[in-house]
Design a protein around this ligand. Structure first.
Ligand code: GLN
Length: 497
């Protein structure tokens, strides 16, 4: 296997045994990005010089015995809405085309402490608003498994970078599904941790009561390792937990005996592609054979989850994005009459169509005449949805279903129909509305050879149980990444370009 196909722990032992040096591994990854990225469009910024400096520094720390982390020397990339000191952080928007943060996000600092090497910043939907990475101001990202298809979104650049071997792992962010859905579309693993497990300090805000950072990786073990490194309390984020963070790698055992897995009937109805439904049924069989107790449950509020999410998220977005006025940072229009005119023109020119649509809708649902009818009602619905999930968790330890009703679709297929695009989020937004953790893992392919994602939703702060179940599944069916099929498919796409 080539270096980019290895997992974090495999690369870690090569580094430890001095079979590969960190600068050499970093150079290898940078060369790979140089060779492939024109085909996939994963990166907005490649931080070549910094990455090589970091590589030398981390190698010295390691050689001096000052570093003991499984992430030491492993090259990774970060979604472009997570602040990186001295490195452009654009949110894939013209509005922040020149924004260089003076500080690192908490999660980035944590990874640096662990000796991670930052290769660069990866593409996304503008301000993380979207599901296909088509709304980036800079470029489109193509699905490495079929370049006519989207990589999912909004962390599409991150998922595509992992799938194409342009990064060993990435940090993404999610608000309504932006890690699990692209992970599913590109055949990767991704976790949305419990709200509050990971600090939001330095993550550019979209909808603060939903936003979190999480890893996209190739294997469940890699995912557990990265989450363990970034989780935990941060005095800069009052919503971050003070709970002790368990060692998630201890949960990586192949044992689901007695585990109660609930499958909501609403997650496998006719609205879901047949191949995806069949993959879920196959997963039920796999888990049952491994000793889990799988049973059908019902969550009768599913029809309300998408409207509830979009009302609250857009209301919060309209408030969060008010800070982009051309005064403090980012884009400013060149010609204007006065302050108000400058602000208007800056916002008209700086934001893309989808972001404007969301600011307008968010402002509308918060306006005095509609606040009760929409925003307040959505908050009530959020409570009811959380209660329903709480009730379901009395009967089971994990809720299982597909990540999305379809696999990766063709570029351009849904971009002009926002409602169709929003409806795609139906299975991912419940975990965001309720704050519950959810793991996405590859669970086979559909008739077009595109990956199918399975999600395991857990109880609050019970990431360990979903890691255990995910690991068991991965070990039983064999990770996509241990087979050469995915790699061949990626390589064929490069040849065809
Ligand atoms: N697709 C969802 C949206 O457009 C989720 C995005 C996200 O999680 N950042 O809002």
């Amino acid at each position: 296997m080539e270096l980019h196909e290895l997992s974090i722990s495999q690369l870690g032992s090569l580094i430890k045994n001095k079979e590969v040096s960190i600068p050499k591994l970093t150079r290898y990854m940078l060369d790979r990005i140089e060779k492939l990225d024109s085909a996939y469009g994963c990166y907005i910024t490649v931080a070549e010089e910094k990455a090589m400096e970091q590589a030398a520094d981390v190698q010295a720390r390691l050689d001096g015995g000052n570093l003991d982390s499984p992430l030491a020397g492993i090259p990774m990339a970060v979604k472009d809405n997570i602040c990186t000191k001295g490195i452009l952080t654009t949110c894939a928007s013209r509005m922040l085309y020149n924004f260089i943060p003076p500080y690192d996000a908490h999660v980035v600092g944590k990874l640096y402490e662990n000796g991670a090497i930052l290769l660069g910043k990866v593409n996304m939907d503008e301000f993380a608003m979207g599901s296909s990475t088509e709304s980036s101001y800079f470029k489109k990202t193509f699905n490495p498994l079929d370049t006519e298809r989207v990589p999912g979104g909004s962390s599409g650049g991150a998922a595509a970078a992992v799938a194409s071997g342009e990064a060993i792992y990435c940090l993404g962010s999610y608000t309504g599904g932006s890690i699990r859905q692209p992970a599913a579309f590109c055949g990767c693993v991704g976790i949305k941790p419990t709200y509050g497990l990971v600090s939001r300090f330095g993550l550019v805000a979209y909808a603060s009561s939903f936003d979190q950072v999480g890893p996209l990786t190739r294997t469940v073990s890699d995912c557990a390792m990265v989450l363990g490194a970034i989780a935990g309390h941060d005095p800069m984020d009052a919503t971050s937990t003070r709970k002790r963070i368990p060692d998630y790698t201890k949960a990586l055992v192949q044992d689901v005996r007695g585990l109660r897995i609930g499958i909501p009937g609403e997650f496998v109805d006719d609205s879901v592609d047949e191949d995806i439904r069949n993959a879920v049924f196959k997963a039920i069989q796999v888990f049952s054979e491994q000793g889990a107790e799988c049973k059908e449950i019902s969550i009768p509020v599913m029809e309300y989850v998408v409207p509830t999410y979009y009302i609250i998220a857009l209301a919060e977005a309209s408030s969060n994005l008010a800070r982009y006025d051309g005064v403090k940072y980012g884009y400013r229009t060149s010609e204007y009459k006065d302050l108000i005119d400058m602000c208007k023109r800056t916002r008209s020119e700086g934001f893309g169509t989808e972001v404007k649509r969301r600011i307008l809708l968010g402002t509308y649902v918060l306006s005095s005449g509609y606040f009760d009818a929409y925003y307040k009602k959505a908050l009530k619905a959020r409570t009811i949805i959380s209660r329903e999930f709480g009730r379901a968790f009395e009967e089971c330890d994990i809720i299982m279903g597909p990540v999305a009703p379809t696999t990766a679709y063709k570029i351009g297929e849904k971009i002009n129909d926002p409602l169709k695009m929003y409806m795609e989020d139906i299975f991912t937004v419940p975990a965001n509305i309720t704050g519950l953790p959810a793991l996405a893992i590859p669970a086979g392919i559909d008739r077009n050879n595109m990956p199918i994602g399975l999600q395991l939703i857990g109880k609050r702060f019970d990431e360990s149980t979903i890691f255990r179940a995910g690991y068991t599944f991965e070990q039983t069916i064999g990770s996509n990444w241990t087979s050469s099929r995915m790699n061949n498919q990626v390589n064929n796409q490069v040849k065809n370009k």
